[in-house]
Design a protein around this ligand. Sequence first.
Ligand SMILES: NC(=O)c1ccc[n+]([C@@H]2O[C@H](COP(=O)([O-])OP(=O)(O)OC[C@H]3O[C@@H](n4cnc5c(N)ncnc54)[C@H](OP(=O)(O)O)[C@@H]3O)[C@@H](O)[C@H]2O)c1
Length: 284
Amino acid sequence: MGSMQEKKRIAVLGAGNMGAAMIGGILKAQVAEPGEVLATTRSPERAAEVAERYGIRARAGGNREAAAESDLILLAVKPGVLGTVLEEIRDVLHEGQILISLAAVAPIRLIERLVARRMPVFRAMPNIPVIIEEGATAISANSVATPEHRALVERIFRAVGVVCFVDEDAMDAVTALSGSGPAYVYMVIEALIAGGLKMGLSHEVATRLAEQTVLGAARLVKESGIHPAILRDQVITPGGVTISAIHELERHGLRAMLISAVETATNHARARSRALMEQWKGSD
Ligand SMILES: NC(=O)c1ccc[n+]([C@@H]2O[C@H](COP(=O)([O-])OP(=O)(O)OC[C@H]3O[C@@H](n4cnc5c(N)ncnc54)[C@H](OP(=O)(O)O)[C@@H]3O)[C@@H](O)[C@H]2O)c1
């Protein structure tokens, strides 16, 4: 492959929610011209929608052709379909291409086994706010990936949020924390809205205040760099309103609940990962 600064030809296999958001990132990072991005889907309707929205080429099926003509292949199908898609494209792949998989619970060694050649493979775990360029993505790579490859992949994900590189061992915990994390936060926002409604606030007021409270609190943690426990302490007045609510949250184990949720989800991801490896055992 030529210099990493050159424009690339990119295949996005499975342009669903994540795949489409990543097409946005690829175009924003100017890694490829729209005409050099080829996306695939299962249904022609979805392909037409994605082609229209991003001004790229998209078609239902045709993973092999898309992979064959690309420098970088982004696998954004569901984990259950990943193996089939890799089997479909494996003999058109070559060492000069880069593979990036977004599939949760699919280990790099499974992808390497299915492609049966030494090529740079990245496993990325983004989360859904990538669609508004506020994602949190953790990335790991195999030993073939060079610093140049890493820089290119980082550039793509940086266009849609924050990026960190981790050892692959950490990926199940990442999936449990930030991959699934937006769902936990949505529950918190939903419950705060319900609390406001119970106390007589209108839907509109409760929603606007709850969403901005979570957004503002998160930004303050991020921008101040102050530990959240200290920030929490700063809003407590002795004998005041906030401490009475905190007592209630502690009584119901809010923090222990979230810690356990991440632990349980990590273990679940590990088990799913093992099952996926088992399913594709002996397929090379
Ligand atoms: N959503 C998240 O929060 C999240 C977070 C981290 C990682 N991920 C990972 O991202 C991947 C995609 O998730 P998603 O939420 O974007 O799912 P999704 O919206 O269901 O997208 C999957 C896409 O794959 C297409 N597809 C299915 N079979 C195909 C095939 N054989 N060839 C080509 N395209 C095919 C589907 O086409 P149609 O639309 O035509 O059916 C759909 O557009 C998953 O592996 C998931 O683990 C997701």
